[in-house]
Design a protein around this ligand. Structure first.
Ligand SMILES: Nc1nc2c(ncn2[C@@H]2O[C@H](COP(=O)(O)OP(=O)(O)OP(=O)(O)O)[C@@H](O)[C@H]2O)c(=O)[nH]1
Ligand SMILES: [Mg+2]
Length: 191
């Protein structure tokens, strides 16, 4: 029995752990994205929203991080770390960014008021953690969602090598597709 356990632990330890960061502005869908795909009960650090502006959008907000995990094959596990969206918690971006192999920046496609902040988050990671990045134009299931190509232009990403892809963070296949797109970018870079 113990032998079996040891073998299993060894097998797990041999797995390559790929750290991925999920970032983006307030209410972009980062926590949802990790909840949808994680094969373990995700760790979240959500607290009640305190400011009127945020309360009007939703009741809870991430204050430190989200964490989830997904096995992609016998050898690889993705460790997903979600950042807080509010800039007053931005010291966490730096802490969570260390060791990340790739970053997904989620944008609420129905809320152009947050695009400027999304661009600032992209700039932060480009300067401090220059690893492959994919922008997820989230909430594409909603009727007033901007299409990815318009978001690409609005974020001034036309000349940058960052894919902007449609995402529905409540949909497992869509989340999987976003992660696969990022993995392709990572393999291109580190191949
Ligand atoms: N319709 C729709 N709603 C979504 C989608 N993704 C997230 N939401 C909703 O959008 C709201 C915000 O999602 P969260 O996952 O809390 O956003 P967050 O980015 O973690 O927010 P903070 O941690 O506060 O910055 C929630 O009510 C979600 O259920 C989506 O793809 N479609
Ligand atoms: Mg959150």
């Amino acid at each position: 029995m113990l032998g079996l356990l040891k073998k299993e632990l060894l097998k797990r330890d041999n797995k390559k752990k790929i750290k991925i960061l999920i970032s983006g502005p307030f209410a972009a869908g980062k926590t949802q994205f990790i909840k949808t795909i994680s094969e373990i009960e995700p760790l979240t650090t959500e607290k009640k929203t305190t400011k009127d502006k945020e309360k009007s959008v939703k009741d809870f907000t991430t204050v430190a991080m989200d964490f989830g995990k997904i096995t992609i094959d016998d050898e690889h596990e993705l460790y997903l770390f979600g950042t807080p969206g509010q800039s007053r918690f931005d010291f966490m971006w730096d802490i969570l960014g260390k060791g990340a192999l790739g970053i997904i920046v989620l944008v609420d496609s129905t809320n152009p008021q947050t695009f400027h902040e999304a661009r600032q988050i992209i700039n932060f990671f480009e300067s401090n953690y220059p690893v492959p990045m994919v922008v997820g134009a989230n909430k594409q299931d909603l009727p007033d969602a901007w299409p990815p190509e318009m978001i690409k232009a609005a974020l001034n990403l036309d000349t940058e090598d960052i894919p902007v892809i449609p995402v529905v963070a409540t949909d497992k296949e869509s989340v999987k597709n976003a992660l696969l797109t990022l993995l392709q970018e990572i393999y291109k870079e580190f191949g």
